[in-house]
Design a protein around this ligand. Structure first.
Ligand SMILES: [Zn+2]
Length: 255
């Protein structure tokens, strides 16, 4: 695995293909693909993706990916987002396979669409969205897929201000509020991360603290595996947390 040189052109609108190394932008021409029979591939459920990404390596390093997310969020906040529509040539290229540059674990909240928040286009972000950005076996599986097969090097847990799942988990903890059974199961995944939230704070402050604590709790769970620790210790993969501000549109990355 190594970093890739990114071509940047300022004289015209950039496309997805511009941001890929040349070999990745045109895999059909430059990379003779092995015509491995489907049955012998390592992951038959994602055949085209596996064939393509396994030969290309990661799209961006973790640091490059984080800088790109930050730049995209700045454009979004400034009202200068670049991707109001997607070009047909980009769709045609993406039909050959995906090479997202980052993986986002975010909340389902309709006010926090990661592609828009980071001014990213089709094929650029691999996103797992679940209420409260909780970690479950299925979420873990999706993240592992992103790491092993898509080879994104940056992973972002993205919480947001006023998260209803965090509010409900706090209400359950503080007031014994009861939710329906499956919602309660979801809240149970959030509750352990809220232990550090000061119960004497005003409720708004508790939610704000709870959102950040929940992001850190999800990060902790991702790192608290032998595989997670090993990958981060290698210094290639990077896990960061962020909180989206509903009123400003800004993502505050946690330090
Ligand atoms: Zn939420």
């Amino acid at each position: 695995m190594g970093s890739v040189r990114i071509r940047r052109r300022s004289d015209r609108r950039r496309t997805h293909a511009d941001d890929l190394p040349q070999s990745a932008a045109w895999p059909a021409k430059r990379l003779p693909r092995k015509e491995t029979p489907l049955s012998t591939r390592s992951d038959a459920s994602f055949p085209s993706i596996v064939v393509i990404v396994a030969e290309l390596g990661p799209s961006l390093t973790a640091d490059e990916a984080l800088a790109r997310l930050q730049e995209g969020n700045e454009r979004f906040v400034a009202g200068k987002a670049k991707f109001p529509t997607v070009q047909k040539d980009v769709l045609a290229e993406l039909a050959k396979g995906q090479r997202p540059y980052a993986t986002i674990i975010g909340c389902s909240d309709s006010r926090v669409p990661p592609e828009l928040v980071f001014d990213a286009s089709f094929g650029e972000l691999f996103i797992v969205r679940v209420a409260g950005n909780v970690i479950s076996p299925e979420v873990m599986g999706s993240i592992q897929y992103a790491a092993v097969h898509l080879r994104t090097q940056l992973f972002v847990v993205l919480g947001h201000e006023g998260c209803g799942a965090v509010q409900a988990a706090l209400a359950s903890l503080r007031e014994g509020a009861r939710e329906r059974s499956r919602i309660a199961l979801l809240l149970d995944r959030i509750a352990p991360g809220l232990a550090s939230v000061d119960a004497s704070l005003p409720s708004d402050a508790q939610v704000a603290a709870g959102v950040e604590a929940n992001v850190r709790w999800s990060m902790h769970q991702l790192l608290d595996t032998a595989e997670g620790r090993a990958r981060v210790e290698e210094g290639i993969l990077r896990l960061v947390g962020g909180v989206y501000e509903l009123t400003t549109g800004r993502v505050r990355f946690l330090t």
